[in-house]
Design a protein around this ligand. Structure first.
Ligand SMILES: C[S@@+](CC[C@H](N)C(=O)[O-])C[C@H]1O[C@@H](n2cnc3c(N)ncnc32)[C@H](O)[C@@H]1O
Length: 208
């Protein structure tokens, strides 16, 4: 799967790629909070650390971002990326599945998290047989959504192109479509005319 296509924002593009749009949304949610020390964020799949670094640049203070992954290689890669930018003190990295992460969060984060990112699928340049799975992804959304503050945002980028990927896209879409409208605003965002099976961004904003 060619991921760079989903990243690259050309100078004259008006419509951002899905990952660029996910970044815009979490940035908007974090920047609503004037004091960067009061911004808390979660990366549920740190992978190579691009999203974790993005979140870490938007906060200040120690351990304002928590990230997890089931692969040690992903945590190592993310740690190096953070160190390279001098951001490591802002982030806690955990070797666990995101479906278990809620049990590790400090109670002071309850209804205080501005941004949660989930970039599903496999680790780019890693073992493509290790992928996120619908059942654990659903559990992650169910257990972490209540930690969002009002106007906090969860973004989920789901890929239908690998084995089991479309089932995951469908499971995420069904789960999110059934969230109560009085509490959450939910959208999906995808390019309709890209070659292959383009990824889908889902975004959830808590409003109550
Ligand atoms: C597409 S990559 C993430 C990309 C990453 N956000 C980045 O910026 O580089 C997906 C990651 O999800 C991880 N993963 C798979 N199942 C997981 C689970 N249950 N909990 C946490 N991470 C998981 C994989 O190990 C892989 O590193």
């Amino acid at each position: 799967m060619e991921r760079s296509r989903h990243w690259s924002i050309r100078q004259d593009d008006v419509i951002p790629p899905v990952l660029g749009q996910a970044h815009r949304l979490v940035r908007a949610a974090l920047e609503r909070i004037p004091d960067p020390m009061q911004r808390f964020a979660i990366d549920t799949t740190v992978g190579n650390g691009f999203d974790t670094c993005y979140l870490a640049r938007l906060v200040e203070g120690e351990q304002r971002v928590i990230g997890c992954d089931i692969q040690k290689a992903a945590l190592d890669s993310t740690r190096s990326a953070l160190v390279q930018e001098g951001l490591e003190s802002r982030v806690t990295l955990m070797h666990c599945g995101h479906e278990q992460l809620h049990a590790q969060l400090d109670p002071s984060w309850q209804e205080n998290v501005a941004a949660i990112m989930a970039n599903l699928g496999y680790l780019p340049r890693g073992d493509k047989s290790i992928v996120t799975r619908p059942q654990t992804t659903l559990r992650m959304m169910e257990t972490l959504l209540p930690w969002l503050r009002i106007h906090g945002v969860m973004t989920i980028v789901a890929y239908g192109g690998h084995s089991g990927g479309q089932e995951e896209v469908d499971a995420v879409q069904t789960f999110l479509s059934n969230l109560p409208q009085q509490v959450y605003r939910v959208l999906s965002y995808a390019f309709l005319n890209q070659v292959g099976i383009p990824p889908v961004l889902f975004a959830v904003e808590r409003i109550r």
